[in-house]
Write a protein that binds this ligand. Structure first.
Ligand SMILES: NC(=O)c1ccc[n+]([C@@H]2O[C@H](COP(=O)([O-])OP(=O)(O)OC[C@H]3O[C@@H](n4cnc5c(N)ncnc54)[C@H](O)[C@@H]3O)[C@@H](O)[C@H]2O)c1
Length: 313
């Protein structure tokens, strides 16, 4: 019975964490959530999650994780430009915090930890689509994520801690964080256009990104719990297609019948020109993303319209 299986999520109040919690509850797992609410929002933690307001850098999590079977570690300082501005806090949260989570997993004999790396690890590559081997981090954010990889391998080597590492590309869907200083393009474009305001594009808009709908990321999360072939490996989770930010802008404008022009601002430091996932490894296990960009966008638009109508945005 999955109700007897306890699964913890760090970063449960965030975008991917809250969507994952909803999916795990639907699959009847007992879900424990940890978040310090620095970026995440308590209201978006699904009902049914046993929630702990705590910081991944705190020793409290060693107690909270007592009796947990599986752990998804998603909490992070994850805006590239914020990390560029504050490398010390980036190290504190993304390296110290992550090692504290691994340590808690070791102490509590957790069966497996599934944790978030990022497509940002490929910032310096010229190989597209990019396989998992092409690791060339440049920004402080991706350097901090690379450290997680070495520590996960160390905990596996010295303490037999099982892990799966996930390199998400640009994940989108309901509850994508729109409150941060520089919100992700999908939610920021949709919100601004629905409000009749001019969305902002940083740089020329010619950067290309591989976007993946959150439900398909969750399909892979479930495989990590159920399929041992995922253990000890790192997987790209993208769609295998990419679009320029200008192309995304015109697709969203068309879907919303909007003629509003974007405002172009100076480029953001540290970001890659292009991302495109080679997803052959994840596909070899039987996973593939099914929703087209347009279908996923329509779901995101309906979600944002609903939030706007409730006055939540
Ligand atoms: N969303 C994407 O497209 C994407 C792409 C690549 C990698 N990732 C990685 O996936 C993970 C989840 O991303 P997301 O988009 O859901 O981010 P998010 O910002 O929406 O969620 C992260 C959550 O972690 C929490 N958190 C931050 N610092 C914490 C701390 N010290 N202690 C406890 N909680 C803390 C925040 O409050 C937030 O709720 C992150 O590790 C991120 O780096 C995401």
């Amino acid at each position: 019975m999955s109700k007897d299986i306890k699964i913890a999520i760090t970063g449960v109040a965030g975008f991917i964490g809250s969507n994952l919690a909803e999916r795990l509850l639907a699959e009847n797992y007992h879900v424990i959530g940890i978040d310090n609410l620095s970026y995440g929002v308590k209201e978006q933690i699904p009902n049914g999650v046993e929630f702990y307001l705590s910081d991944i850098r705190s020793k409290d999590i060693h107690k909270i994780l007592n009796g947990v079977d599986y752990l998804f570690h998603l909490a992070a300082k994850n805006c590239i430009s914020d990390c560029q501005k504050d490398p010390l806090e980036t190290v504190d949260i993304n390296i110290y915090g992550t090692v504290n989570v691994f340590e808690a997993a070791k102490i509590n004999k957790i069966k497996k930890i599934i944790y978030a790396e990022s497509s940002a690890l490929y910032e310096g590559t010229n190989k597209f689509p990019t396989p998992e081997s092409e690791v060339y981090p440049k920004s402080f954010y991706s350097i901090s994520k690379l450290s997680s990889m070495y520590f996960a391998e160390g905990y596996s080597r010295f303490h037999n801690l099982k892990f799966t590492a996930l390199r998400y590309f640009c994940v989108y869907g309901p509850r994508q964080d729109y409150r941060r200083t520089i919100p992700p393009v999908f939610s920021s474009f949709i919100i601004k256009l629905l409000k009749g305001e001019n969305p902002i594009i940083f740089g020329t808009g010619e950067k290309r990104r591989d976007f993946i709908f959150v439900d398909y990321v969750n399909d892979f999360h479930l495989m990590c719990l159920r399929d041992d072939r995922t253990t000890g490996k790192v997987f790209n989770l993208g769609s295998g297609y990419n679009y320029s930010i200008n192309e995304i802008y015109s697709i969203i404008s068309d879907l919303l019948n909007s003629k509003i022009e974007p405002i172009y601002m100076p480029d953001l430091p540290g970001e890659a020109q292009e991302t495109l996932a080679d997803i052959s490894l994840a596909k070899s296990l039987g996973w593939f993303p099914k929703t087209s960009l347009i279908d996923g966008l329509k779901i995101s638009i309906e979600y944002i319209k609903n939030e706007l109508s409730k006055g939540l945005i």
